[in-house]
Design a protein around this ligand. Structure first.
Ligand code: 9D3
Length: 258
């Protein structure tokens, strides 16, 4: 899969592209990331990419011409899906990542300043994506996050150990009604005054499974109750393993007794 990133800070990506799974995927030729400096598509001596907003107001707006020129040049090679990273986009989720992982080529446009000329969003990009409800300084960290999440889904990108681990929570957070992961522990069994939960040392695999499922539900109830509602709905549609409500009832009962 090929990503082209259009940015005024191509060097921003050097660190993250050169580490871990993303680096290995690039070395294995599963992933090709190319960086395009937006300023290479400006005609003036000052390489101007921004201008004042029509209608007035604070801040500067990314001009449309260099962005259109960059995308049109990149698309001469082959067709590509064009994505504008923007706070106004729909949220990027695990299901977006799965959809993008099926594509051969994606062009990511990183905005800066107060925004990007709306003609880029409406008349050039195929879609807009936001990575969350918080304010970034530009689209670069968002683009890197998209590349990272998509790369993990490319066949062969994860090592054996990693992909096996993924299997065990393939029904985890994927924007499709999952719950949060269960708590993990490793040695030592006793660290200062902090003990690993007894059940994990017991060797009772059925008990361990039940405990993990219960703790995952507890963490989800605590931190992401909106996920839980969807999870319980989807669970009630399949009678198999409909213990979610039981485990939750136990949790609620235990908390009442504390
Ligand atoms: C006060 C209005 N702001 C919009 C929410 C202005 C503004 C803030 C930050 C305009 C652009 C930006 C830069 N952010 C991105 O380019 C961006 C982003 C983000 O800020 N949050 C979540 N996802 C994304 S994707 C691109």
């Amino acid at each position: 899969m090929r990503f082209d990133v259009i940015t005024i800070f191509p060097e921003y990506f050097s660190g993250p592209l050169d580490h871990g799974i993303v680096r290995r995927a690039r070395e294995a030729k599963l992933l090709d990331v190319r960086l395009t400096d937006l300023r290479d598509f400006t005609p003036d001596r000052h390489r101007t990419v921004d201008d004042r907003p029509f209608g007035g107001g604070a801040g500067m707006v990314l001009k449309p011409e260099p962005v259109f020129a960059a995308v049109e040049k990149l698309r001469e090679d082959s067709a590509a899906r064009v994505i504008l990273l923007s706070p106004q986009g729909p949220l990027f989720t695990q299901s977006t990542a799965s959809r993008l992982a099926e594509l051969d080529r994606v062009i990511l446009i990183c905005g800066r300043y107060e925004g990007v000329d709306e003609r880029v969003a409406v008349n050039l990009a195929d879609e807009e994506l936001s990575v969350g409800d918080f304010v970034l300084s530009g689209g670069e960290p968002a683009a890197m996050l998209v590349i990272d999440a998509v790369t993990r889904l490319l066949p062969g990108a994860l090592g054996n150990e990693e992909s096996a681990a993924q299997d065990s929570f393939s029904d985890g957070v994927d924007g499709a009604g999952g719950v949060l992961d269960y708590p993990h522990y490793t040695r030592p069994a006793q660290f200062r005054d902090l003990a690993v939960p007894e059940v994990l040392l017991s060797g009772h695999h059925e008990q361990v499974r039940r405990w993990r499922r219960k703790m995952a539900l507890g963490k989800t109830l605590q931190h992401r109750p909106e996920l839980l509602a969807r999870f319980l709905e989807s669970e009630s549609r399949q009678p198999e393993g409909a213990t979610g409500r039981e485990l939750l009832a136990e949790l609620v009962e235990e908390r009442r007794n504390q």
